[in-house]
Design a protein around this ligand. Structure first.
Ligand SMILES: *Cc1c(COP(=O)(O)O)cnc(C)c1O
Length: 478
């Protein structure tokens, strides 16, 4: 026995290192604070894109101790230095992410207290926060109280949960799969196609709908296609609309599509991962009319609410459909069962144990209130107009008036093949890196794409972008 105690004590002196003493903790926090200050202070002046990659093995784990100072230096040198900087306001490519400070406070608190947010029974407070965040989203989008929802790692998993519920509600299985039809736009995000395969619906019929000149689904064509499929003895089952496509930011006519879906008793899914939160703005909320008709809805707070990566959300109106695949009881969880209890996040998601994500959204909304979030969204919309006006002044052509904050442009070169010119222009912009833009292809035309959604994108960022693009254009014209 004495020997046993002695052995335990020996290990204890070593394992105690996992609980740093107050002086050490303070020092770590001080170092992290300095890093944070330096990062935020310089982010506006640094490149939004830097080519390069970490040195071989520099980030490998050797199992030996390092100081936090050395680790932070390593992080700055090998991680922070290269690639697209999502925290930079100069990130105007793809769909930019967020990273507001208040969310980091929420994450810190979630990690220190390590509340178990999968089951109400384990942490009634943490699960209430998760559910209150979902309740707030329901109100914003006009969904009924009986809706269930979940905070996910992002839009991809949120779409997966929604489409699983659609499948289970309509019992799409066995022989029925090959005769069932999903209607979607060619502009739908690729994670929808991934989800369809993951949930075993690879053999389902997918109708890519004809789009109008603004890349939106044409409801008349949708109705025609559904009628035709019914006549052909098929089983129309689900319609997927986008509220802000990733490529051009187009918002499908949500209300008309919703009415058609209802009239045929189809599952109506809306992917609003990019554009959903523009419903909070005075200037664009009319575009999102009809979003409340959806049976399931996906939004990405790590895009439109400026949170750090790792926060998506899904709402589904049919609780039983979500529970069919995700609600599970095992003997070792018998203490956790009570029908009257609030919804457990673990019953509406593939995850059991999960990061307490609610806190990184709940804390900022409590700390700032909603006003600065709305102002930030309105600001992004106006910056999009400003950017387009400035480009036109420089002789560029711009795409049609955008629905939201994604748009595109190209230079109508007379000295060089137009596509070649714009491709070279893109290369020069990437080489420069002060502001990051991406490109896309619109009906065979190579165009440069802008997506303004970072909370750090400001008037002076756009001026910087214009200067850079103008310089690049002049270089190519020489
Ligand atoms: C970003 C995006 C997704 C994917 O979401 P992740 O958070 O990257 O998983 C899905 N749909 C749309 C419209 C998006 O913009």
């Amino acid at each position: 026995m004495k020997d046993l105690i002695h052995q335990i004590q020996e290990f204890e002196t070593i394992s105690n290192q996992l609980e740093p003493l107050p002086a050490e903790r303070n020092e770590y926090i001080e170092q992290l604070k300095q890093y944070t200050d330096q990062f935020i202070h310089t982010i506006h002046d640094r490149n939004a894109y830097q080519s390069g990659n970490p040195e071989n093995n520099s980030l490998a784990i050797q199992g030996k101790k390092k100081t936090l100072e050395d680790i932070l230096q390593l992080y700055a040198k090998e991680v922070e230095a290269y690639g697209i900087k999502p925290a930079s306001g100069g990130h105007i490519g793809y769909i930019p992410g967020g990273g507001i400070f208040a969310s980091a406070l929420g994450d810190f608190l979630a990690d220190i207290t390590n509340e178990y947010s999968g089951m109400y029974y384990a942490s009634p407070g943490a699960v209430t926060i998760e559910n209150e965040v979902i309740n707030w989203i329901k109100k914003v989008f006009g969904f009924p109280e009986s809706t269930v929802g979940n905070l996910t790692s992002g839009g991809s998993i949120a779409n997966l949960i929604a489409l699983t519920a659609a499948r289970d509600h309509h019992q799409i299985k066995g022989e029925k799969i090959k005769k069932s039809v999903i209607y979607l736009s060619a502009q739908v995000h690729h994670c929808i196609h991934k989800a369809i395969r993951i949930i075993g619906l690879e053999d389902i019929l997918i109708r890519q709908l004809t789009l109008d000149t603004h890349n939106r689904i044409d409801p008349v064509k949708l109705e025609e296609q559904i009628q035709k499929d019914i006549t052909d003895g098929l089983y129309p089952f689900c319609v997927i609309a986008s509220a802000g496509t990733t490529d051009t930011g187009a918002v499908d006519p949500l209300k008309s599509i919703g009415e058609i879906s209802k009239s045929h008793s189809l599952w109506y899914h809306i992917d609003a991962a990019y554009g959903g939160f523009f419903i909070l703005t005075e200037s664009k909320k009319h575009l999102l009319e009809g979003i409340e008709l959806a049976d399931s809805l996906v939004i990405d707070p790590h895009k439109g609410l400026f949170l750090p990566y790792g926060t998506g959300a899904v709402l589904v109106k049919h609780k039983e459909a979500v529970y069919h695949s995700h609600h599970y009881t095992a003997n070792y969880m018998q203490d956790a069962i009570d029908e009257d209890m609030p919804v457990n996040p673990a019953d509406v998601s593939p995850e059991l144990t999960k990061h307490f994500r609610g806190l990184r959204m709940w804390l900022p909304l409590q700390l700032h209130g909603i006003e600065p979030f709305i102002a930030c969204l309105e600001e992004k919309l106006l910056l999009t107009s400003y950017f387009r006006n400035k480009l036109v002044e420089l002789g560029f052509k711009v795409g049609p008036e955008p629905d939201l904050s994604v748009s595109y442009f190209w230079y109508p070169s007379t000295t060089m093949d137009e596509n070649l010119f714009n491709k070279r222009l893109m290369d020069l912009i990437h080489e420069n890196g002060r502001v990051f833009l991406s490109s896309t292809n619109i009906e065979g035309k190579f165009v440069i794409r802008m997506a303004i959604l970072s909370f750090r994108t400001k008037l002076k960022t756009i001026d910087k972008a214009i200067e850079m693009i103008g310089d690049a254009k002049n270089r190519l014209e020489k």
